[in-house]
Design a protein around this ligand. Sequence first.
Ligand code: IMP
Length: 502
Amino acid sequence: MATYYQEASHTFSEYLLVPGLTEEQNIPQNVSLKTPLVKFRKGEEPSISLNIPMVSAVMQSVSGDRLAIALAKEGGISFIFGSQPIADQAAMVARVKNYKAGYVPSDSNVTPDTTIAEMLELLDKTGHSTMAVTEDGTANGKLLGMITSRDYRIGHVSLDAKVKEFMTPREKLIVGRSTDNLSTCNDLIWEHKLNTLPLVDENDHLAYLVFRKDYESHKAHPNELLDHEKRFMVGAGINTRDYEERVPALLNAGVDILVIDSSDGYTCWQAKTIHWIREHYGDSVKIGAGNVVDPDGFNYLADAGADFIKIGIGGGSICITRETKGIGRGQATAVQEVAKARDAYFEKTGTYIPICSDGGIVYDYHIILALAMGADFVMLGRYFSRFEEAPGEKLMINGSYVKEYWGEGSNRARNWGRYDLGQGRKLSFEEGVDSYVPYAGFLHDNVLMTTSKIKSTMCNCGALDIPELQRKARLTLVSATSIVEGGAHDVMVKHKDTSFNK
Ligand code: IMP
């Protein structure tokens, strides 16, 4: 006979934290959000820790190299999506590893003959008004000039006019050498009162731009997640089919950690993939696995040797797995059950395996609940897809900016495999949807707001770090009626907040 779980499975919105004693030391400045990313033995330090408990989802519409850099700056990590050819994914990883903090590859480039209309179109797409003018319009073409929004006055210039009529030509530009270190660049920026300094190579081809504001922000990012060579850390998603080719390519590109990306991780294929990695690289290659929603799934992947384990089936905002396949579990219950298994495993073996709550975070406070219930960090898709740095197109719909966000199990994401893997895998049904999300600006501002909320609630619970929150948290289920009481009610709200992250 089938096994029945007696309790209904719950989701985050059905819980609240009850405050604990807040003492003098419980102020946000004293709160640490540092958390382990990979397993470690009792009494030892994990070889990789995150500085904030947030990682970005293994998705085409979320984790590209631009978002990976922005998130590493804040202390989290991205897992570059694996639903692309191996060489393309490795190139994305390499771009993150080769990115020198403060040195930005120019992403808005035009030629002298580009029209003002075309340039404005590009500005709308990238949001960057400082553009390099290169011979061939690429980021590494021969530098012929720079154009910024201060060079032309909209409404006073013809849209058919050419960039060359307004740009600052190369001979009038102050440039640095691509080999200059940041402090030399900064000296040039101050000496010449610049906002942007282009760096060129020995053939006068553009290499990077150094922005005054970025140099300042580099100094203002104490949480940056860096490897021992001071490069940003980055992860990558793999599958259980082509790992023998994909893993070496990603390692070659400098990837710091891998994760097997699947909606159901309780499979012999995941164990085989981990064993293959251990056989070829021992413990030096770090690999997460998942997703699971119960202790059996956790213990299976723990015994297989996973470095961290992801939890969640069917809770993702773009996910229709539960509707199409009838598998899954309420995310809060899944986290609680797996956290119990993780603690029991630690007790029994002395090895602590971090767990990640993946999917279904709608409000910032859901992150705090997930951590309080035992998650070491959370994986977010929709949250990050809304930002400027996410790969999806930014579009104007009904007068508001939106970004595109699509599931890895949607027709749109899965099409690539049909052409590239050549494994005869056909899309038979969809497990995800293609959608829009409200555009929310830059990652930095949003993550800062979210982490301040997490720290503030931790103060309410009398916790100075995540392990203390997990020990002290007191959680209550809420009734459907009290959920209504929790929002604004019985008033006419003047401005409706459509940001989705309260
Ligand atoms: P979100 O943060 O609620 O948007 O959820 C993101 C998570 O949804 C990802 O990390 C994946 O675990 C999961 N996911 C991504 N694409 C799909 C899909 O197409 N179907 C089902 N789940 C998906």
